[in-house]
Design a protein. Structure first.
Length: 201
């Protein structure tokens, strides 16, 4: 009796394996042979689920960005944290690659390809990226309304924080102390807004 394969489940499995391959080798050095080997299937079988490497890559990065947005939503919904603490935790999650290394590297690959041109997959990635920016802006706005930080242009500050995360990713370093120092600098900026506001009250 032939084995029944769940098509959607198998696609998700391929995407999960591909995250590791793309993170390890990068987009340009990854090929279908590496992906099929990691998935434990032949290249011919792989073509039953995806047309080419590009399609696998876009879905892989898209899945990663969706996961990140979900993580941010979980942090934002945590009632045990202040809005400032939530903001710091989001920054930590997006810049910490120790527990989830492939996410960090796939973010790098995503930012590098977002300006390659226009197609449906890239537009979807840009939408997910924009969602992330808006979530950061919402946390800042909520922190202002809760009087945790002084009134600032939430959109501009969100862009600053997002740019920091983007630059941090693009200039990835293996020096743990350097990574921690950069994150601490941004946390000091946020704490400065909080401290200044309290002194002005």
């Amino acid at each position: 009796m032939p084995k029944i394969v769940d098509y959607d489940s198998k696609r998700k499995e391929i995407i999960e394996h591909s995250k590791i391959v793309f993170a390890k080798h990068g987009y340009h050095n990854t090929n279908l042979s590496l992906i099929s080997k990691k998935c434990g299937m032949g290249r011919t079988t792989l073509y039953q689920y995806f047309e080419n490497k590009d399609e696998i890559f876009y879905h892989t990065v898209g899945s990663t960005l969706e996961e990140i947005n979900t993580q941010v939503d979980v942090i934002a919904a945590n009632e045990n944290l202040t809005f400032v603490e939530k903001l710091k935790e989001v920054i930590h999650q997006l810049t910490n690659d120790e527990n989830n290394n492939y996410t960090f590297m796939l973010l790098l690959e995503a930012w590098l390809i977002l300006n390659r041109g226009k197609n449906e997959f890239l537009e979807n990635l840009k939408i997910e990226t924009q969602k992330l920016k808006e979530k950061i802006e919402d946390l800042i706005t909520n922190a202002i309304e809760a009087r945790e930080i002084k009134p600032v242009d939430s959109k501009s500050l969100a862009v600053t924080i997002y740019s920091f995360i983007e630059t941090f990713t693009l200039n990835r370093t293996n020096n743990k102390l350097d990574r921690e120092a950069k994150t601490k600098s941004l946390n000091l900026l946020i704490d400065g807004l909080k401290a200044n506001f309290r002194r002005e009250l």
